[in-house]
Write a protein that binds this ligand. Structure first.
Ligand code: CU
Length: 125
């Protein structure tokens, strides 16, 4: 009889944890990147912007732009717009080369997502 009760308890717990996982999948992922991943620009951008598909927490938002040597090229802290969907950062005058954008955000239900991508500033001539 004791064993039967334990089995019933276990069967009740399982669907609850599966439902929990479904809720947890509502994370913030990039919807639009400017410059976009793999883009080759003829003129250097003045800022890098990522629009997310779900609101992000301002306090934990990170956005870095690294030059080919891994040196940061941002000229200020990342900004989150009032809709909490867009993260942007100003960058220095970028020389031709490949630049890595690294982002990390926490969505409003506290889940962390992060990623990186590369864009290229084309050389003159
Ligand atoms: Cu989430």
């Amino acid at each position: 009889m004791k064993t039967f009760k334990l089995l019933v308890f276990g069967a009740l717990l399982l669907p609850a944890s599966v439902a929990g996982l479904r809720v947890a999948s509502a994370h913030s992922f990039p919807e639009q990147e400017t410059p976009s991943a793999g883009e080759r620009l003829s003129a250097p951008p003045s800022e890098v912007t990522i629009k997310f598909d779900a609101p992000i927490e301002k306090l934990f938002a990170k956005l870095e732009v690294l030059d080919p040597d891994g040196k940061p090229e941002t000229t200020g802290p990342p900004q989150v717009d009032p809709t909490a969907l867009t993260l942007s950062v100003k960058v220095a005058a970028l020389k031709p080369g490949d630049y890595t954008v690294k982002w990390g955000v926490v969505c409003i239900d506290s889940h962390h997502t992060e990623g990186s991508y590369v864009f290229t500033v084309a050389g003159g001539g």
